[in-house]
Design a protein around this ligand. Structure first.
Ligand code: IPM
Ligand code: MN
Length: 354
């Protein structure tokens, strides 16, 4: 059967549209090779639209996005818009409204030369972070009193309910089983200090593991120690599961050990609904329109999208094409402006290898 998918595309700001274009180019090859079709619907949400209309992501757009099989996002962030407006108004709004409760971030080093760590090779940096994506401090629970006075108090609460913890853990355990490598799920938290919220995660992780996943090894790191192990011994990890803010922080560190934001892709996943895929890098205003940004993260995000849609072979083919393209030695670096090739040429190179 020839499958058809409706994809909402938000190119967004800065270099977002440029990298999306290259991902679409690569996806096109996969479509014809593996007999499926992606029907794209473009949306202009982002800084430019906000500056013109004052609108970030209206409620009507959420209903529209919900009708698609997946969402593909370039980048959000505009130099003329105050930090927070677009992040909260577009990215976080979509994550929450569409209940994309998992942020899936594979951490894979393709070439030793792209790793800033001494003596680490591709086999050493190959793990996945499952970040809880709609709870914790990101819910915005909290407030400020006596604002502007010397006695001002502000709180931002790391709030977690058992169902939100459990559904994230279940996804992570099942993912670890499917991945079928070391079959080890490391919980990252800070239960030595966060004796309420951390304890909830620790008990839930153990109870679910003991009951439903006896084949998966249980492992635990405090978040501070985890950052140290990322640098010293990344080969320890298989799958990591963690709460929202810790996940945000450790995945930036994880991105740099896999070669940087030019290669780091992520998926905001609602396993029962519409998911949104994005390169982890921002809108990179200073590189906009110069054909120097690295499209590989967007291309990998495209592969993740196909995997989630069920087009596993096509997803694998794109991942292999990225590997081949990198091993061809043509790309000098993964960093914007230092690739030794243009954005469109990198897209062509990968497209030619699918
Ligand atoms: C990320 C980003 C976002 C986050 C920002 C832009 C709101 O840093 O996707 O990691 O904190 O989740
Ligand atoms: Mn982040």
């Amino acid at each position: 059967m020839n499958m058809d998918y409706d994809i909402a595309v938000i190119g967004g700001d800065g270099t977002g549209p440029e990298v999306v274009r290259e991902a679409v180019k690569v996806l096109k090859v996969a479509e014809s090779k593996f007999n499926f079709q992606l029907n794209y619907h473009n949306y202009d949400f982002g800084g430019a639209r906000y500056l013109k209309t004052g609108e970030t992501l209206p409620d009507s757009a959420i209903e529209d996005l919900r009708q698609h099989d997946a969402i593909f996002l370039g980048a959000i962030g505009h130099p003329d818009v105050k930090p927070g407006v677009l992040e909260v108004g577009i990215l976080l709004k979509a994550r929450f409204a569409l209940d994309q409760y998992i942020n899936l971030r594979p951490v894979k080093l393709y070439r030793a030369e792209d790793c800033p760590l001494k003596d680490k090779e591709p086999k050493d940096v190959d793990f996945v972070v499952v970040r809880e994506n709609t709870g914790g401090i990101y819910t915005g629970v909290g407030g400020a009193v006596q604002k502007g006075t010397p006695m001002e108090i502000a709180t931002q609460v790391m709030i977690y309910g058992r169902p939100v913890v459990d559904r994230c853990l279940r996804f992570a355990y099942e993912y670890t089983r499917r991945r079928n490598k070391k079959k080890m799920l490391t919980l990252v938290h800070k239960c030595n200090v966060l004796t309420h919220a951390g304890d909830l995660w620790v008990r839930a992780h153990k109870e679910m593991g003991d009951r439903d996943f006896p084949d998966i090894k249980q492992d635990y790191n405090h978040v501070d120690a985890c950052t140290m192990w990322f640098v010293k011994q990344p080969e320890w990890y298989d799958v990591i599961v963690t709460e929202n803010l810790f996940g945000d922080i450790i995945t930036d560190l994880a991105a740099i050990i896999q070669g940087g934001l030019g290669i780091a892709a992520g998926g905001n996943i609602n396993p029962e609904g519409v998911s949104m895929f994005e390169p982890m890098g921002g809108s990179a205003p200073k590189y906009t329109g110069q054909n120097v940004i690295n499209p590989l993260a967007a291309i990998s995000a495209g592969a993740m999208m196909l995997d989630t849609l069920g087009e596993h072979k096509a997803a694998q083919a794109i991942d292999q094409a990225v590997t081949k393209a990198l091993n061809s030695g043509k790309l000098k670096s993964l960093a914007a402006g230092r690739m030794g090739m243009g954005t469109t040429e990198v897209g062509d190179l990968v497209a030619g290898m699918v």
